[in-house]
Design a binder for this molecule. Structure first.
Ligand code: LLP
Length: 431
């Protein structure tokens, strides 16, 4: 069920290369991406809008996985880019990402971040709150500049996803609430400001969402507001940014719709409202992160110690864990995996994959069906391309793992493995 082949030796391949050879060459834990899948994912969204003849922007949400090489691939595919911090913006600039295609997000953008964005004339700032409006207008006036702005609103929609990755419900730290007049107040400030080119609205209802009807509902909520502003002020939005959050397959329980159908549903919903209101069709912007990077990446680990508690469970430990993939510990996220060097061997038992951190919660996978496991086997965990490397941390002073890109039968190191020197590089002596 994963887009990866097995070769004649019974080893898992990625992009036509033997994963066990990659593990040996670069060491483990190792993130490996099949770049052709990243490109296919980008094109699925872009082509759908093109085919529908709708003006659109597909902005990759770089929080899912940001590195210079990744952003270069996204740039080559002609996408725009969503950044949420100075660090993500800096990475984008280092990758040579066209500035006019960069959008800045965040619920607490600093004055420095906003100044950097404005100095570099990035494509758009998605304004989140009143404090930020003050900061932006101050900076714009000081530098005598203008910038494109979208206003982030909270549509008050509960999405069926983990509580930590819900963002569109009313009780959310993000955006202006629609229900209590905040959005109206912000609208007046933005709409009337001479240095702000107020382009339209943004909303993001959450992440790992499978149902297109949630997005359609969000569109309706936005249009209630637009229709009100249209009647009161003759307002017509040039842009509607409907965020990201399109779900991917982690395990057999997940059944995401094809990416095309999300884009089609959004366009259809907007078209319907636009006709009702008799206003021009706005540009549709979306911000997929996980659905671009997630299924393109796998993580390779080497199996070390094992602990059998007869009648209860067999723990099999790998050389990584919550330091390279925080999602199981943070969200009880589930993954599928295979023994990469025994990908065709018959399954004989179930084991639970433990990480190496000093923390009982550092479990990557519970009850994974596997063939007989030996020390030194290579475990390949699927769909780790989003929010794996990007949420990596240094707990227990583990250096961050390396990232390799594979394309057209060739492998290329794109993020070096950290060294222990890197880990202590900012430590200063107290002797
Ligand atoms: N746009 C906005 C405004 C967002 O807040 C997010 C994600 C996205 C786009 C991209 O969402 P995606 O298409 O990747 O679902 N660390 C969590 C996910 C947090 C997502 C936060 N915002 C995880 O590992 O599941």
């Amino acid at each position: 069920n994963h887009p990866f082949q097995v070769n004649k030796q019974g080893h898992l391949e990625i992009g036509g290369l033997d994963t066990t050879i990659l593990a040996e060459k670069y060491g483990t834990p190792l993130y490996v991406y099949d770049v052709s899948i990243i490109r296919d994912n980008c094109r699925a969204f872009v082509n759908t809008f093109d085919d529908l003849g709708v003006k659109a922007r597909v902005a990759y949400a770089s929080k899912a996985f940001s590195s210079i090489a990744m952003l270069q691939v996204v740039k080559q595919e002609g996408l725009c880019l969503d950044v949420v911090s100075e660090g993500e913006l800096y990475t984008a600039l280092q990758a040579g990402f066209p500035k006019e295609r960069i959008h800045l997000h965040g619920n607490n953008k600093s004055s420095r971040e906003l100044s950097m964005a404005i100095e570099h004339n990035i494509g758009c700032i998605v304004v989140d709150n009143f404090y930020e409006i003050d900061l932006i207008t101050g900076i714009l006036e000081e530098h005598n500049k203008e910038i494109d702005v979208l206003m982030r609103v909270t549509p008050g929609i509960e999405s069926k996803t983990h509580q930590y990755i819900m963002t569109g419900n009313e009780d959310s730290k993000f955006g202006f609430n629609l229900q209590n007049g905040q959005a109206d107040e912000a609208f007046k400030l933005l709409h009337n400001h001479k240095s702000i080119r107020f382009k339209g609205l943004h909303c993001h209802i959450g992440s790992q969402i499978f149902e297109t009807d949630r997005f359609i509902k969000a569109t309706s909520v936005l249009f209630e507001e637009i229709s009100k502003w249209n009647k009161l002020f003759g307002y017509t939005p040039e842009v509607l940014n409907l965020g990201g959050g399109f779900g991917i397959r982690y395990t057999k329980e997940d059944s995401p719709a094809p990416y095309q159908s999300y884009a089609e549903a959004l366009v259809q919903a907007v078209q319907q409202h636009v006709e009702e209101l008799n206003i021009p069709m706005p540009e549709i912007w979306i911000e997929p992160g996980r659905s671009i990077a997630g299924n393109a990446g796998i993580t390779l680990y080497t199996i070390g110690s094992m602990k059998d508690i007869p009648g209860i469970r067999k723990y099999v430990s790998v050389d990584g864990g919550m330091t390279d993939n925080l999602r199981p510990a943070l969200y009880q996220a589930e993954y599928e995996a295979v023994l990469a060097n025994k990908a065709m061997d018959p399954v004989t038992n179930e084991v639970s994959i433990a990480g190496k951190c000093c923390e009982s919660g550092d479990m990557l996978i519970w009850d994974l069906p596997v063939p007989h496991v030996d020390h030194g086997d290579i475990l390949a965990v699927f769909s780790t391309g989003a929010y794996g490397y990007s949420m990596a941390n240094h707990y227990n002073r583990f250096p961050n793992a390396a990232v390799v890109f594979v394309e057209k039968g060739e492998d290329k190191l794109v993020v070096k493995r950290e060294t222990y020197q890197d880990v202590v590089t900012n430590d200063l002596s107290y002797e």
